[in-house]
Write a new protein. Structure first.
Ligand SMILES: [Zn+2]
Length: 304
């Protein structure tokens, strides 16, 4: 009984003090946007189940076939990054249980950006876990309203309360986990990336969870509601280029070739997700696609 009591008191403590934010001092994914024909089929396709698995020692994939969710575990409490769609929440919770963890032990929820396909499951998972949701100031109002104030073409998400605002450089610490926050706007005004140190295949690795690597049908030229969008993307690319990572992760699994890496993992390659060159390759590729799209929109805007 004493052990249980101790565990509970530690847990209570971790709930109130788990989050150590040190004010101090970086990529998302294509958002499917329109509620057009085929939307229900698209959602169903994105929500196909995937068996959860370990990426690095305390970092697990618990998302769906096309929408990521990452569980970072510690005996003092877990962190969940992203909740996919509203209809994905049960699947994410089940995946966490399959791994032997409890959704109720999640202390902190994070979301890479306030689009329905990543934030939709947050409200349900927050209710289930009692976790606190931390998000950037720029994405906070959109998470809380369930809509994106500067886009008319996106599906809504269930509104969810943000408990604390994250600033650039903020550290989120629970037990042995320390995540560093990198504001990487562009894909949304508050798109957020995180980095952390972990172990993979017996070696220390730097992991990055990236936001703002794609333009998702966004206006890049002359949109009064987000005039700085192109500059934000460029600043984000510059920030990410200055960083190093051994494991590159993103919020759509296809983007980081999850299936192929997962297969190599199953074939016995414990370092299947380790690729120190991938971050720079991905950013360079994202930047080329962005500049091409920007040029296309500028030419369109200049047409008489
Ligand atoms: Zn998006």
């Amino acid at each position: 009984m004493k052990g249980v009591f101790l565990a509970r008191s530690l847990r209570a403590k971790s709930r109130s003090a788990a989050l150590l934010l040190f004010a101090s001092a970086s990529l998302s994914a294509p958002g499917f946007t329109h509620q057009d024909k085929g939307f229900a089929e698209q959602r169903a396709a994105w929500n196909k189940p995937v068996a959860p698995f370990r990426i690095a020692d305390n970092v697990y994939y618990v998302g769906t076939s096309e929408l990521s969710a990452f569980l970072i575990t510690d005996p003092q409490g877990h962190i969940l990054i992203d909740a996919a769609m509203e209809e994905s929440a049960d699947q994410i919770a089940a995946n966490i249980r399959t791994l032997g963890f409890k959704p109720e032990d999640i202390d902190i929820l994070l979301v890479n950006h306030a689009h329905w396909d990543h934030s939709g499951g947050l409200a349900a998972l927050k209710g289930l876990s009692g976790a606190r949701l931390l998000a950037s100031a720029a994405d906070k109002p959109d998470l809380q309203s369930g809509t994106v104030s500067y886009r008319d073409d996106l599906a809504p998400a269930p509104p969810v309360k943000v408990d604390q605002v994250l600033n650039d450089g903020d550290k989120i610490a629970i037990g042995a986990i320390t995540l560093v926050t990198h504001l990487t706007p562009g894909h949304t005004k508050g798109c957020t990336s995180w980095s952390m140190r972990a172990q993979a295949a017996g070696k220390p690795v730097d992991i990055i969870f990236t936001c703002s690597l794609t333009v998702a049908g966004q206006p890049l030229v002359g949109d009064r509601r987000y005039l700085d969008v192109a500059q934000d993307f460029r600043n984000t690319f510059a920030k990410l280029k200055s960083m190093k990572a051994d494991i590159f992760l993103n919020f759509h699994p296809g983007f980081f070739h999850m299936s192929e890496k997962r297969q190599r993992l199953l074939n016995g390659d414990a370092a299947a997700f380790v690729d120190p060159a991938e971050l720079q390759q991905q950013v360079a590729s994202a930047e080329r696609s962005f500049e091409k799209e920007l040029a296309r929109q500028q030419a369109e805007a200049n047409q008489p």
